[in-house]
Write a protein that binds this ligand. Structure first.
Ligand code: AHG
Ligand code: MN
Ligand code: MN
Length: 339
């Protein structure tokens, strides 16, 4: 790319020339990007900033919170609550929604986030990230409640993630393709480094936590065993495997070179539909992946069409290169219908 533009320029062009976003949404994205910059600074300081280790508390899902989970959550709340674009926020790290306080103007958008994705990687200096989803609040009633957030993913106005890795990269969709921005630390600005990102439809790389194999459902075992059989198996080609244990980093690799990511339902806790959360992990990632030409299902249905019933609900996730996701989904459907 010879002519590089900043995130601000990109957003203004999207607003002015293409009419893709209203001014309030543009401001909201800018603020989220600024918050991610702040989180990146804390992440980079690591042990020097005293930000590693456990916070000694648990979130609503019973997971031990790391100091950075809480720091990232606070950075996002503080950055976003006063700008006037939002009515309320929801986060993996908060039991219930955070309504914008009365002292600030109420906007028309709702922001959901996983402030720090890949928490188990914080203390070992492996890529982690922030995931966010933007919804529009229905205008047909005053005030805001949890029900306002329970919209299917195809209604997202925007979604994105920031990966804190060797580079700090922000990936964004406004529903018209996917763009990537890399943080230029000297300039302190986000510079566009990829436009119209496309995920190859075919792949030879899968991402799944193999240690759970004995707990999987039959269609998942079938698919992965076929990949493992390589050239001599039914797929007739060798597959490679990657598992970073940060969804952001695994999805980012898939956006860059293709692949399939799966965190399926398994028998460890059969009543839970999966490990990952629908509203602030699967929906935003599903939106981004689809906008890049990939696919995202829960094994049977399109993730973006699921009707949420709870803020923190979990979901089985299969996403990435289209033909592989369709294959896994077909295996699940066959096992349901017995065909
Ligand atoms: P979080 O740190 O926000 O709780 O999310 C972690 C998720 C996801 O990023 C990753 O793909 C998965 O958990 C890893 O799970 P395992 O440790 O079971 O492999
Ligand atoms: Mn997460
Ligand atoms: Mn998290």
């Amino acid at each position: 790319m010879s002519h590089r533009i900043s995130l601000t320029q990109y957003l203004i062009e999207q607003q002015r020339e293409h009419g893709h976003i209203p001014a309030q949404l543009r401001l909201l994205i800018e603020v989220v990007a600024r918050a991610c910059k702040g989180i990146a600074i804390s992440v980079n300081k690591g042990a020097l900033g005293g930000v590693l280790g456990s916070a000694g508390s648990e979130n609503v899902q019973g997971e031990v919170q790391k100091k950075l989970d809480i720091i990232a959550n606070e950075v996002l709340i503080e950055a976003n609550e006063w700008g006037g674009a939002l009515a309320a926020m929801a986060s993996e790290e908060m039991d219930s929604i955070h309504v914008v306080p009365n002292r600030y103007p109420q906007g028309e958008y709702l922001l959901l986030f996983d402030p720090l994705d890949g928490s188990s990687n914080i203390d070992v200096n492996v890529s982690i990230g922030t995931i966010f989803s933007v919804l529009k609040k229905s205008a047909d009633h005053p005030g805001v409640s949890t029900e306002d957030f329970l919209q299917p993913g195809h209604q997202q106005a925007a979604a994105g993630y920031c990966v804190y890795g060797p580079q700090t990269t922000l990936v964004l969709t406004l529903g018209h393709g996917v763009a990537m921005f890399t943080l230029d630390r000297e300039q302190g600005s986000w510079v566009q480094t990829a436009i119209d990102v496309r995920i190859p439809e075919d792949t030879k790389e899968f991402a799944i936590n193999m240690s759970n194999r004995r707990h999987w459902d039959a269609p998942v075992t079938r698919y992965i065993d076929e990949c493992l059989a390589g050239k001599d198996g039914p797929r007739g080609k060798d597959f490679n495997m990657r598992w970073i244990a940060s969804m952001v980093a695994d999805v980012h690799r898939i956006l860059c070179r293709g692949g399939i990511f799966m965190y399926p339902w398994d028998k460890r806790e059969p009543r839970k539909p999966g490990k990952l959360r629908l509203m602030y992990e699967a929906n935003p990632m599903g939106f981004i992946v689809e906008q890049a030409g990939g696919a995202a299902t829960n094994g049977l249905e399109r993730i973006l069409d699921l009707a949420p019933t709870e803020l923190h609900q979990r979901v089985s996730v299969v996403l990435g290169s289209k033909n592989e996701v369709e294959r896994v989904t077909a295996y699940h459907r066959e096992s349901r219908t017995g065909t």
